[in-house]
Design a binder for this molecule. Structure first.
Ligand SMILES: [Ca+2]
Length: 154
């Protein structure tokens, strides 16, 4: 009985640990997000996200796959004075024209989209843009370095 109780306590503890976000990340549903205010190009930004949670390989540029997720990210940006006047790269891209618009983080095609007016235009990478209330704009993936948001799925 004692060992059963111990096992139960341990399993609760493990659930707690695996279910929490790393320091400085913010949580929504089963994901943790980190807004990076240093600037990198799209390819370097994704590499940077991967390095944020060592040994997990589960942290990438964000994949925004629902209106609830979009709203959470948008509200988090708007509520933060350091973030609200900036735009952020996501993992959305059209680098494989056969596949079309998809998220490199999850390898899934867009099932939800929140493009700004007249978007997508030119460019194959997706940014949440401050001038379109954080709806999406396409931009050249090799454009000048930008701020970005990482997502870690737990
Ligand atoms: Ca996501």
């Amino acid at each position: 009985m004692k060992s059963l109780l111990l096992l139960f306590t341990l399993s609760l503890l493990c659930t707690e640990i695996s279910g929490s976000c790393p320091e400085n990340f913010v949580r929504f549903a089963n994901s943790c997000y980190y807004f990076i205010t240093s600037r990198l190009t799209w390819f370097d930004a994704d590499q940077y996200c991967t390095s944020l949670v060592p040994k997990s390989y589960n942290c990438h540029l964000a994949a925004i796959e629902s209106s609830a997720e979009q709203d959470f990210l948008k509200n988090h940006i708007l509520n933060n004075s350091e973030l609200r006047s900036h735009s952020f790269l996501t993992s959305g891209n059209n680098l494989d024209s056969k596949k079309g618009w998809s998220w490199s983080a999850t390898n899934r095609r867009f099932t939800y989209a929140n493009w700004g007016p007249s978007e997508p235009s030119s460019g194959k990478c997706v940014q949440m843009h401050k001038d379109d209330s954080f709806r999406w704009r396409s931009l050249d993936c090799e454009d000048e370095p930008k701020m970005f948001v990482c997502e870690y799925e737990i």
